[in-house]
Design a protein around this ligand. Structure first.
Ligand code: 5AD
Ligand code: FES
Length: 353
């Protein structure tokens, strides 16, 4: 390993921070030994904070209808081949009931920006879920909304919100999104969510088109300063009916490398080993845990709709029942020397509401 690389890694481990230029250098100099060293240090940090616990969240994909046209995403509005569906309140609640029996204590409602889910509709669903399972956390991942909307959903009982920032570089953001969307609004949403009191998750795709070591360094600086409770990162995977169909997918190694870097920056962060990581490599999620991740988010959506929530090609777990995924993941996590726990898995930084 390059001596400069070793110095940077040691500094990161010691101080939990590097300058923007140093992050960029760290990424440029990256090699296999650096990946190995970072993985070792990151697992050690994760163990110091979380022991051998890996948290799990049940993901319920409530709508594949979206008004947006993000260039990377398979459920973008202009993908006329996409199969659209929306779950009813009853369907969502029964997915959660099944999840509860399986040991899930966090439910993540994720969907496109579907106008059907007004504040009234979504607040009613959140309140019903909280009433049925008062010991569970409800996480929303429903895109950009007005501050008042985030506030209403929080007041209805939502605990957490996931909204990936996608990239911390203004220009790069514009290359990934249509002109109707703006970096400034994305940042406004993230700051509103935090301000309101949500546990907040940001994140980005690794290897998205036009990403460079410089834009990645900006992502790391942003994450360090924003201090999210969670951070979702997974490889970009092209979807065959989007403008990015011919772009290269993101790399396993770079994703693992960045997971470790983020763990060293923010030792108590919740860091999922994502489905996208499991999609580009059969052992991707296990490798993610061994690089410092501590969360897995298996699918609880009804099997009948799973193939329709196609953000990218070849997504895994679209044919399996919820119980199968739960069992499968339990085994996979055991292989990493960790253990899947029945727990809400709140951020250690946040006191329970
Ligand atoms: N590849 C990987 N991740 C994707 N996402 C959307 N499209 C893709 C893709 N083609 C991610 C985005 C979004 C999250 C829900 O899924 O980062 O925020
Ligand atoms: Fe779904 Fe393994 S986690 S089949």
């Amino acid at each position: 390993m390059d001596i400069r690389e070793r110095k940077l890694i040691e500094k990161l481990e010691d101080k939990g921070t590097l300058s923007p230029d140093e992050y960029e250098q760290l990424i440029i100099l990256r090699d296999d030994q650096a990946l190995e060293m970072l993985g070792r240090l990151a697992t050690r940090k994760r163990k110091a904070v979380f022991g051998d616990a890996v948290y799990t969240r049940g993901l319920i994909e409530i709508s594949s209808i979206c008004k947006n046209n993000c260039l990377y995403c398979g459920i973008r509005k202009d993908n006329s081949e996409a199969k659209r569906y929306r779950l009813s309140k009853e369907e969502i609640c029964s997915c959660a009931d099944e999840g509860y029996e399986l040991g899930f204590r966090t439910f993540v409602l994720q969907g496109g920006e579907d106008a059907f889910f007004t504040d009234d509709v979504l607040c009613d669903i959140v309140a019903s879920l909280k009433k049925a399972h008062p010991d569970c956390a409800v996480t929303l991942s429903m895109g950009e909304r007005k501050r008042e909307s985030y506030q209403a959903l929080f007041d209805a009982g939502a605990d957490r919100y996931l909204l990936r920032h996608e990239t911390a570089d203004h220009k790069h953001y514009e290359l990934l999104h249509p002109k109707e969307m703006s970096f400034d609004n994305r940042m406004r949403c993230l700051h509103d969510l935090k301000d309101i009191g949500y546990q907040v998750g940001c994140g980005f795709m690794v290897g998205s088109p036009y990403q460079t070591p410089k834009t990645l360094a900006k992502d790391l600086v942003f994450i360090e300063q924003f201090k999210p409770d969670m951070c979702g990162i997974g490889p970009f995977i092209p979807h065959h009916n989007t403008p990015f169909r011919d772009e290269a997918k993101g790399s396993l190694e770079l994703t693992l490398f960045l997971l470790s870097v983020i763990r060293l920056m923010l030792p108590d962060i919740l860091l999922p080993a994502t489905t996208a990581l499991g999609t580009i490599d059969p052992k991707g999620r296990e490798k993610g845990i061994m690089a410092g991740a501590n969360v897995v988010m298996p699918n609880l959506s009804p099997v009948s709709v799973r193939k329709k929530y196609e953000l990218y090609d070849n997504k895994i777990c679209t044919g399996e029942e919820s119980a199968q995924c739960r069992g499968c993941l339990e085994e996979r996590i055991k292989m990493t020397g960790c253990r899947l726990v029945v727990d809400r898995g709140d951020s250690p930084r946040v006191k329970e509401k």
